[in-house]
Design a protein around this ligand. Structure first.
Ligand code: COA
Length: 261
């Protein structure tokens, strides 16, 4: 895949607020937005992840404000949004990438374990959208929610994340309808299995990896770069009439129903 598929600086002048922007898929999306010219604020619970990610962005000539914030804490989210507006004057793009995940059988999962993931993924996404609304209204901005394909069929050991991401997709659709009138576009991306991530190392048992890749129609696992390119497309003016869509970026994997449980 070529290094840079898009025209240079397609997001010049934009300000992006990216939760979970320190690591993994959303860390890649944050870097890609910065490389496309956007100024960034990135949040996560861990300052060490944020500082490392911010250094890569600033070393590369970008601007990045790292803000420690647990998306479950609405007051902390409001403060993070306010710090971003104080530094850059506005917010044009919100990316909701903060997520929690682990493998656990439903009959062994505590109700607090289930609730914790729903709180981070679903309620956290709502918290950030809600807190950013006034700024997005002013900028006629947009929201990109990082979802998953786990809930399209059924994914054993992932009932908590499946329920949480189904909720995220509902938020994407509802807000696209309610906030479209303010010029705010709300979309999502549902990545399939992405190989160069911590999640893949933790969540896919090695003995299942070969079995799974053989059942991906395009014949390979996804890469963070695949999600970066989709995010850039959806955040750019090329997608200015796309609203309420969760774009599946999985090489066709879910259509084959490749659940391995
Ligand atoms: N299996 C079963 N239950 C688990 C679990 C696991 N691997 N990890 C957490 N839980 C349960 C806990 O037991 C607890 O429930 P309990 O009080 O009934 O025992 C509940 O979830 C909350 O766990 P806790 O560790 O207190 O919550 P936390 O807010 O600190 O972190 C996560 C929760 C989900 C975010 C944590 O697993 C984590 O930090 N994961 C790494 C980050 C991540 O998942 N990123 C996404 C990559 S795709």
């Amino acid at each position: 895949m070529s290094e840079n598929i898009f025209k240079d600086n397609i997001l010049q002048g934009k300000v992006a607020f990216v939760t979970g922007g320190g690591t993994g898929i959303t860390g890649g999306v944050a870097r890609a937005l910065a490389e496309a010219g956007a100024k960034l604020a990135i949040t996560s619970r861990k300052i060490e992840n944020l500082e490392a990610a911010a250094k890569i962005i600033t070393d590369n000539g970008g601007e990045c404000l790292p803000v420690v914030c647990d998306v479950r804490d609405y007051e902390a989210v409001e403060k993070a949004i306010a710090a971003t507006v104080e530094k850059y004057g506005k917010i044009d793009i919100v990316v909701n990438g903060a997520a929690g995940n682990f493998l656990c059988k439903a009959n062994e999962l505590s109700t607090n374990g289930f609730g914790t993931v729903v709180d981070i993924d679903t309620k956290g996404t709502f918290n950030v959208c809600r807190a950013a609304f006034e700024e997005l209204k002013k900028s006629r901005g947009q929201i990109l929610n990082i979802s998953a394909t786990l809930h399209y069929l059924a994914t054993p050991m992932q009932i908590h994340v499946s329920a949480a991401k189904a909720g995220v997709d509902a938020i994407t659709r509802n807000l696209s309808v309610e906030w479209g009138r303010y010029g705010i576009r709300v979309n999502g991306i549902a990545p399939g299995p992405i190989e160069d991530t911590e999640g893949m190392k933790r969540l896919l048992l090695p003995e299942l990896k070969d079995k799974l890749v053989k059942r991906i129609p395009v014949g390979r696992f996804g890469r963070i770069k695949d999600i970066e390119n989709s995010a850039l497309f959806l955040c750019s003016d090329a997608a200015s009439y796309i609203n309420g869509v969760t774009l599946v970026v999985d090489g066709g994997q879910w259509l084959l129903g490749t659940s391995l449980g």
